[in-house]
Ligand binder design. Structure first.
Ligand code: NDP
Length: 474
């Protein structure tokens, strides 16, 4: 078993101030793979003090100096790419092909996106009224990341902090800490000055809350559940620090009768099941126009029955287990709620898939005839579970789509380009995908309503980490 009990503080791997071990579990085998330490408020204090000291000099470095560091980090990341993918497979259970193609790839894509954005960022601008506008690094940033796309979230927070001249303390999810520690090794090798990047493992209520409340932390950037995002905001309120949040979603996917049904319905099922359904922007509510409902249900059923679970170590396009026994329990609970509320099980259902008694595997599940007031349509399931909901008119589809406290992503499938734009303009969501259009590196990622605030990636992602100063001259 790997011994990963140290934290990365002030450019060194240091022992926690108080021993508190936690085993990291492989979700496919339920066996421990590593032991880490769970940090306390005192460990957070030490990391914040290092970040605060480093900020004094690092904040005055030039964009060119920081670009050189980022370029070095990119080269190191590319060299250790396979290791990142294998680590995510081991601790999250993402199948190795998916880890290689998606989970590890985001670390390259986002870093390149930020490098491009930093090259084009105007730090100093003269306004038409004669005033000068200067953008300055915000200070010490507390970064809390979840387990579902671990390197994605780390890259979307650590890089903009370091790119803009801020310093940071990262608390990754204790379910997937190993890839974060690998990232710390890469930041170290790239030569970022001591204290600019610090990592403390721990849980949300102890280490996370200590970071959010800390008087010397200037900004919190959080990704995770809406529940925890609210807790971070409340904890941060007393010190009036900036808080950016990337939270949950219950994204609608509107399938109109003029869509390419074979392609877009089957494709949407796979998008929903990707990463075992553990994505905040997954298209989990498929709204289908009633005139093509039966046909779309047949296509979705066939695509769903073809989805296979499998060992994450094996190559292929199967899906892996959920991250933890807690997540397994949550997903089972919601599948059972769907059955109890009268939704029709089209594919899958409660319990483990045959032959997968060990590991947190669940059956890819599709419910038909779902009403938008059922729990499976309202709550974020975070498992491979799709709800099919019929609608009659465009107006009704928009109403159902927006009838959720979330507003992260939305999807529209139609052969009518004008309708696509018209509907997109009325959806209360931060990102609208039309006919399978993917999210591209460098474009802003983030949500409306209870899906959060702020935008991650590229230019907007950098701006979230900058203060704006106006200089008034006589
Ligand atoms: P959480 O939101 O609880 O965890 C995400 C991160 O936040 C972890 O690092 C966690 O630490 C930390 N955290 C939790 N509570 C606090 C707090 N009070 N203050 C500071 N940090 C905190 O998600 P879960 O892992 O429990 O998953 C629950 C549900 O959240 C999922 O089923 C899914 O619906 C949603 N989710 C959404 C994500 C997204 O990408 N938007 C990502 C992950 C989950 P700790 O692990 O110790 O709690």
């Amino acid at each position: 078993m790997l011994d990963k009990r140290r934290f990365y503080i002030n450019g060194e791997w240091v022992a926690p101030l108080q021993a508190n071990d936690l085993e990291v579990i492989n979700p496919a085998t339920e066996q421990p793979i590593a032991v880490i330490s769970m940090g306390t408020a005192a460990d957070i204090d030490r990391a914040v003090a290092a970040a605060k000291k480093a900020y004094q000099t690092y904040s005055r470095t030039s964009a060119e100096e920081r670009l050189a560091l980022l370029e070095r980090l990119l080269a190191i990341y590319k060299r250790r790419y396979d290791e990142v993918a294998r680590t995510i497979t081991l601790e999250l259970g993402a199948p190795i092909t998916m880890s290689m193609q998606q989970q590890a790839d985001v670390g390259v894509g986002h870093l390149q996106g930020f490098i491009d954005a930093l090259k084009n960022l105007h730090i100093r601008e003269e306004l038409p009224n004669g005033d000068i506008l200067v953008r300055e690094p915000i200070g010490v940033c507390g970064l809390i990341t979840p387990w579902n796309w671990p390197i994605n979230q780390i890259a979307l927070k650590v890089i903009p902090a370091l790119a803009t001249g801020s310093t940071c303390v990262l608390k990754p999810s204790e379910f997937t800490p190993l890839n974060a520690m690998l990232y710390a090794e890469m930041v170290d090798e790239a030569g970022f000055p001591a204290g600019t990047f610090n990592l403390v493992n721990g849980d949300g209520v102890t280490a996370g809350a200590a970071l959010s409340k800390h008087k010397d932390v200037d900004m919190m950037s959080f990704t995770g559940s809406t529940r925890a995002g609210i807790a971070v905001s409340k904890d941060a309120a007393d010190t009036v620090k900036r808080v950016t949040l990337e939270l949950g979603g219950k994204s609608p996917n509107i399938v109109f009768e003029d869509a390419d049904l074979e392609d877009r319905v089957a494709g949407s099922v796979l998008e929903c099941f990707n990463n075992s359904g553990q994505s905040c922007d997954a298209p989990t509510r498929m709204l289908i126009q009633r005139s093509v409902y039966d046909k779309a249900v047949r296509i979705a059923g066939a695509a769903g029955r073809e989805a296979r679970v499998g060992n994450p170590e094996d190559e292929g396009d199967h899906i892996g287990p959920l991250v933890s026994h807690i997540q397994y329990g949550r997903v089972q609970n919601l599948i059972e709620a769907g059955i109890a509320e009268g939704a029709r099980v089209l594919v899958g259902g409660a319990g483990k898939p045959e032959g997968y008694e060990t590991g947190y595997f669940v059956q890819p599940t599709i419910f038909a005839d779902v009403r938008n007031d059922m729990r499976i349509a309202k709550e974020e399931v975070f498992g491979p579970v799709l709800s099919l909901i019929p609608f009659d008119t465009e107006e009704e589809a928009i109403a159902i789509a927006n009838d959720t406290p979330y507003g992260l992503a939305a999807y529209v499938q139609t052969g009518d380009a004008e309708r696509a734009e018209r509907v997109a303009s009325r959806l209360k969501a931060g990102m609208v995908h039309i006919n399978g259009g993917p999210h591209r590196y460098g474009s802003p990622f983030g949500g409306y309503k209870q899906s959060g605030n702020g935008r991650e990636g590229g230019k907007f992602g950098l701006e979230d980490f900058l203060e704006v100063k106006t200089i008034h001259r006589p």
